[in-house]
Design a protein around this ligand. Structure first.
Ligand SMILES: N[C@@H](CCC(=O)N[C@@H](CS)C(=O)NCC(=O)O)C(=O)O
Length: 278
């Protein structure tokens, strides 16, 4: 396994680092970022929050815009931000911002041409944590957080693998991807026309049938342009009622879909994770 160090920046006493590595699961080179809090340099094995970004993002958006380092440094939590899809000239793509590179939707594609590389579900679930836990001074305590497409990914990964994660949180998640334009476009391409194959990647459907519970926190802005057509958080609320799921969902008056919203509440999310990562 060759991993290439790309850059390091000291930040709030810890380190923001970027790396490139060959991914077997995705069959291409991938970049990721990690924030290591000061405690990691002091010999402590720190827990990890995996941050899954939304459409069009790379590993950089969250690290540059969310303002998360200060609170991660205080709490002694590492944050790992993967890219949002496989990348490269040899990787299938689409002209739309909501399909192909930058839009992996955290699924394992079954349909050509996508199935050669688009396996972000397996990458985030197994390959990336194995690499992180092998190379960095971290424990095997993990939580998931994400935004929009990444909020969908975080919820789905946690709901399907409750034994692997201590907690999950999401900003503005695509809550009902089997019933919104973004999800229907991506799932048709990656998973094919048989909608029964989509259900394993729909957080609301998974939550309504859940029997094992990973504590979940969701924040949603009321002035989000994507709220009614794409995000549908009310589907999560009714799913949680059905199964008795420990979901805490806050509607935040006047906030939109941007990183200004994430920066405003990331502290709450990291404190929520810290309480479950002890
Ligand atoms: N209309 C937007 C949709 C994409 C979008 O809003 N992406 C969100 C996630 S769903 C984001 O985080 N963008 C990058 C950023 O704000 O840094 C575009 O075409 O770029």
């Amino acid at each position: 396994m060759t991993i290439e160090h790309l850059s390091s920046n000291k930040s709030f006493g810890g380190w923001h680092k970027r790396y490139s590595h060959p991914s077997e699961v995705l069959n291409c080179n991938m970049q990721f970022a990690i924030y290591l809090p000061p405690q990691a340099s002091e010999g402590q094995a720190v827990p990890v929050v995996y941050w899954l970004s939304g459409l069009t993002c790379t590993d950089e958006n969250f690290m540059q815009k969310a303002g998360a380092h200060r609170i991660a440094a205080e709490l002694g939590i590492a944050i790992v931000a993967p890219d949002t899809s496989p990348r490269g000239d040899q990787v299938a793509n689409d002209d739309g911002y909501d399909l192909g590179q930058g839009a992996g939707f955290y699924v394992n594609a079954t349909e050509a041409p996508w199935n050669r590389h688009y396996r972000m579900y397996d990458y985030v679930l197994t390959e990336l944590p194995a690499l992180i836990e092998n190379l960095f001074p971290v424990s095997n305590k993990r939580s998931l957080a994400g935004h929009s497409m990444g909020g969908h990914g975080a919820l789905v990964l946690a709901l399907r693998n409750p034994d692997r994660y201590q907690s999950v949180s999401a900003f503005s998640p695509i809550s009902r991807p089997t019933d919104c334009p973004w999800g229907e476009k991506a799932f048709s391409a990656y998973l094919g026309d048989d909608r029964s194959h989509w259900e394993a990647y729909d957080a609301s459907l998974l939550m309504s049938g859940a029997t094992a519970f990973v504590p979940a926190l969701v924040d949603q802005g009321s002035a989000d342009d994507f709220l009614a057509e794409q995000l549908k958080p009310e589907a999560l609320v009714s799913a949680a009622k059905e199964s008795g799921y420990p979901l805490h969902l806050n509607m935040r008056d006047g906030y939109d879909h941007s990183y200004y919203f994430i920066a405003s509440f990331i502290e709450d999310h990291l404190r929520f994770h810290a309480a479950h990562l002890v």
